[in-house]
Design a protein around this ligand. Structure first.
Ligand SMILES: *Cc1c(COP(=O)(O)O)cnc(C)c1O
Length: 421
């Protein structure tokens, strides 16, 4: 048995398995492209997070945007995990999956009036406020509804998380949060608003963070602010430290574990006695998923060898968008290797899964597995080129459940038929 990145995906007799399910037979039965998730990988990660923070009162809020599939949200609900949402649609799905309102926090720089009203009516735990104007609008809408809205103020601690610039969110020039030196002023203003209850403070510095130091720096800066606020008579209940922990994309990657994360920050937070919120997205689900795809054609140009597969940037945009690396292996282990670009069918030069990659010498009709696609894979997929989105499957030991049907051409055309009946 040979592990590929983690113990949920292994070769047994040269065939790739997810837990105890053979991935080639899955691909043949359900057709490709198909996302396959290991339930064990998800529940193990949940328990790892719970254990890491068990010594301190902590609410774990899964960041829904990483993967909003209802069945995955239900796993979170069954395990008493809350949600970090960034839209009304995510709130709807979280509620539908059975996540209680008092475990839902809502971030995002552009909440609309409609979304704010919806979330106030649902009585969520906290709005994580990203600007002073947002604070005032929430106060007004709450007043209209004759309710109080609980808020946390998202501060921007100006730390470099040393990750991709597109997923760095806690630096001065970023659109997220309120600069830490302006935060006291906003807290004081918030404390004077009639329909606002200040619940806590929030920071989230970025994603795919591979070192613990940026967290320490952000938490130290924020704790200083918490202490100052206390002196000014503003007492908080929650400290929401966001998400962002990295995952293994390459075999040699070694991201910090939830334990490393907890052990680094708990000693800094303890004296504040605030309840903690953590918001893991990618690290909760990222390594639990693979994308299976079939080789359609092989093509040789003088300079390059191309493997053309039936999935592309419509199903997995991360390589095109962030130049992200995803490990790719043949579903049937092979000894012979070649170097090739693995590209999709979409009419864009940016539509690749890997460039100049050493890969097994796969043939037309054979299958590849794109690894570590559980987070920001399906959730960022689109119908570009009018391609139905991939089917999604959840594997539990030797059982397989369809958790998202493949979209049909009729489904894709439906919203436009209004003009063409
Ligand atoms: C996206 C996001 C997260 C999750 O980030 P990951 O890197 O996926 O863990 C957490 N909190 C907020 C506010 C976010 O926007």
């Amino acid at each position: 048995m040979k592990h590929i990145l983690n113990r949920y995906f292994t070769y047994k007799n040269k065939e790739l398995f997810c837990e105890n399910v053979n991935l080639k037979s899955l691909a043949q039965k359900y057709k490709t492209p198909v996302y396959v998730y290991s339930k064990q990988a998800i529940t193990d990660k949940i328990n790892q997070y719970k254990r890491a923070f068990s010594s301190y009162e902590t609410l774990i809020c899964y960041a829904v945007k990483a993967n909003p599939n209802l069945s995955i949200l239900k796993i979170m609900a069954e395990n008493d995990i809350g949600c970090d949402i960034v839209s009304g649609g995510e709130l709807y799905k979280a509620k539908k999956a059975g996540i209680p309102s008092n475990r839902i926090v809502y971030a995002g720089v552009g909440k609309t009036d409609f979304e704010i009203e919806y979330a106030i009516r649902e009585n969520i735990l906290s709005f994580n406020i990203e600007s002073e104007m947002e604070l005032n609008v929430i106060d007004q809408i709450a007043s209209k509804l004759r309710k109080k809205a609980r808020v946390s103020i998202r501060v921007n601690p100006d730390v470099d998380p040393k990750t991709h610039p597109y997923i760095s969110t806690g630096m001065k020039k970023s659109k997220f949060g309120i600069d830490i030196d302006q935060a006291i002023d906003v807290f004081i203003k918030a404390s004077k608003l009639k329909n606002i209850e200040i619940l806590g403070i929030h920071c989230h510095i970025g994603s795919q963070i591979m070192e613990i130091e940026p967290y320490i720096e952000a938490v130290e800066k924020t704790v200083k602010l918490i202490d100052t606020l206390k002196k000014k008579g503003i007492n908080l209940t929650f400290f929401d430290i966001g998400g962002g922990l990295g995952i293994k994309y390459k075999p040699e990657d070694s991201p910090p574990s939830p334990e490393d994360f907890a052990n680094a920050i708990l000693p800094i937070v303890k004296h504040t006695k605030l309840k903690l919120i953590v918001e893991p997205g990618r690290s909760m689900i990222g390594e639990a998923g693979v994308l299976l795809t079939q080789v359609i054609f092989l093509k040789d140009k003088k300079e390059k060898h191309f493997i053309i597969v039936d999935t592309g940037m419509n199903d997995l945009v991360r390589p095109a968008m962030y130049n992200a690396y995803h490990h790719i292996v043949s579903v049937e282990e092979k000894d012979e290797k070649i170097v090739a670009d693995i590209v999709g069918p979409i009419c864009e030069t940016g539509d690749f899964l890997a460039l100049d990659r050493e890969i097994e010498n796969v043939q037309r009709g054979e299958y590849l597995a794109v690894m570590s696609v559980g987070a920001y894979g399906s959730s960022m997929s689109s119908n570009y080129n009018v391609r139905p989105r991939a089917l999604e499957l959840l594997v539990d030991n030797d059982k397989v459940k369809v958790i998202r049907e493949r979209e049909t051409y009729d489904y894709l055309a439906m919203p436009e038929l209004i003009e063409n009946k």
